[in-house]
Design a protein around this ligand. Structure first.
Ligand SMILES: CC(C)(COP(=O)(O)OP(=O)(O)OC[C@H]1O[C@@H](n2cnc3c(N)ncnc32)[C@H](O)[C@@H]1OP(=O)(O)O)[C@@H](O)C(=O)NCCC(=O)NCCS
Length: 153
């Protein structure tokens, strides 16, 4: 039997060793990225976060805070070249499962009003819109609204 290379996806809890790559992907993905300090604190304060690697390269992550009774998803990012492969959905499903184990009752998140891709993903997973935070985000043209979405577990 001949040996052949296999493309490997690996999802692991985020560690401080991932920080540089997480920050690099954050910078590449957002006009208003989180700072490295914020990302570091999320890891150091044990936020519930996962990194996705493809052949040892970090290509996505999710950062959440699982608490009772409410869980918050704070950041979800997938490298452009790896989108529409189910990675975002898999990361959210990991958080959903952990949140259920810890008896969390709801998952809450904010999404930019202009972010149709992320909204499509959240609606596919049955998140419902429960409100608007006016001017919540910085944007190129001043401020932008956030939709608040909730998934009841
Ligand atoms: C939003 C994001 C995380 C989605 O990640 P992803 O891995 O591409 O998402 P998935 O492949 O798991 O998509 C699952 C479903 O979501 C919907 N969806 C995702 N991206 C979509 C798009 N660009 N257009 C339409 N629907 C989309 C689809 O229903 C999709 O299922 P399908 O591919 O079978 O049709 C990714 O686009 C991203 O990193 N965007 C930039 C950062 C960002 O906006 N993060 C969210 C902040 S709130």
């Amino acid at each position: 039997m001949s040996a052949r290379s296999v493309d490997l996806y690996n999802i692991t809890p985020m560690t401080i060793n991932d920080l540089d790559e997480v920050y690099e992907l954050e910078l590449a993905s957002y006009s208003f990225p989180w700072t490295k300090e914020i990302l570091r604190d999320c890891i150091l304060y044990n936020y519930n976060s996962f990194s996705v690697f493809f052949n040892n390269e970090l290509i996505g992550y999710i950062i959440s805070k699982i608490t009772y009774p409410e869980t918050h998803i704070l950041n979800l990012t997938v490298n452009t070249a790896f989108r529409r492969k189910g990675i975002g959905q898999s990361l959210i499903n990991l958080v959903i499962n952990d949140a259920k184990l810890r008896k969390s009752e709801d998952i809450i998140l904010e999404v930019r009003a202009s972010n149709n891709e992320a909204q499509a993903l959240y609606h596919k997973l049955k998140f419902k819109s429960i409100g608007i935070r006016r001017g919540y985000y910085e944007s190129e043209n001043g401020r932008e609204d956030a939709y608040v979405l909730k998934l009841s577990l």
